[in-house]
Design a protein around this ligand. Structure first.
Ligand SMILES: Nc1ncnc2c1ncn2[C@@H]1O[C@H](COP(=O)(O)OP(=O)(O)OP(=O)(O)O)[C@@H](O)[C@H]1O
Ligand SMILES: [Mg+2]
Length: 264
């Protein structure tokens, strides 16, 4: 009899110990998850700051080559000020993605965000044979964090441009409202995505850009390879908005990314 009681006590003691171990492991897991989120947010901030700094380097170098061109110097400084301001906002805003949610959302017109993307990129798309068509009405409003949505669109535009090098093509950005919210489509007539790669394009660090993109460009811009963070950021941003981002592609013909953002 006593041995049964003693055995029960021992089992109970082991159970209590195991429960404590489980609780400690759960705590570690939460902490590790927070650290992983912080790690990917930090990599994404670096990626977005690089997206904003790269065009400035090209501009500054051009300006240094033509020191007597006052208008070019002024344009360079204006763009530097603008992109630095955006970089500051990006740091704060993308860091908030590491915690749950996307931070502050407001109702704001979409068109100025798209225009700001092209301003920040400081690139003449026509020099690469790319025609840009923006079919977005000035009064179309989205419920979003403008800083984050702007960076997501910037990555989709950069990918579309890179997919169309070196032959050029057409980039179309269209948006409309439907009963659920806003529908934004970014299409290009570039190289397209192979069927076998479609399920991986949103994965962090998935890239096919191992070759130097600048070798294909006519702009003489700085060479770079892909890091595979652009679409991962887009997905993180749109998920945090409660929206969806999907892709449709035809190899050799082009690609369309569709973002759906819920109403307020
Ligand atoms: N519009 C597009 N046309 C063709 N392929 C695309 C397009 N957008 C994305 N991809 C494919 O998806 C991959 C991942 O894109 P993502 O933007 O995440 O990374 P990346 O462009 O390679 O590098 P970076 O981190 O500099 O953006 C690309 O390497 C490319 O293979
Ligand atoms: Mg990219």
């Amino acid at each position: 009899m006593t041995s049964i009681i003693a055995k029960r006590k021992a089992v109970h003691g082991q159970l209590v110990q195991q429960q404590r171990r489980n609780e400690a492991l759960e705590k570690d897991m939460v902490q590790l998850e927070a650290l992983a989120n912080l790690g990917s947010a930090t990599a994404m901030i670096a990626h977005e700051i690089n997206n904003l700094l790269t065009p400035l380097t090209n501009y500054a170098e051009l300006s240094l080559k033509h020191t007597d061109d006052r208008e070019l110097a002024e344009r360079t400084l204006r763009r530097t000020a603008k992109n630095c301001k955006q970089a500051g906002k990006v740091m704060e805003s993308i860091l908030s993605l590491a915690k749950a949610g996307c931070g502050e959302k407001i109702e704001a017109p979409l068109l100025p965000m798209i225009n700001a993307v092209f301003d920040c990129l400081c690139r003449d798309f026509t020099k690469d044979g790319i025609t840009v068509e923006v079919l977005v009405s000035a009064d179309l409003q989205v419920y979003a964090s403008p800083v984050q949505l702007q960076q997501a669109i910037m990555n989709l535009v950069l990918n579309a441009r890179e997919a169309m090098l070196p032959h050029g093509g057409k980039l179309t950005i269209a948006a409309q409202m439907d009963s659920n919210g806003a529908l934004i489509k970014i299409s290009d007539t570039g190289c397209g995505i192979e069927q076998s790669e479609m399920s991986r394009v949103f994965d962090t660090f998935f890239t096919t850009k191992h070759k130097k993109i600048a070798e294909q460009s006519t702009c003489g811009e700085h060479s770079r390879t892909g890091t595979g963070l652009g679409l991962a950021l887009c997905k993180k941003v749109i998920d945090a908005h409660g929206g969806t981002i999907t892709v449709e592609s035809h190899p050799g013909k082009g690609t369309t990314f569709t973002i759906s953002l819920p109403k307020k």
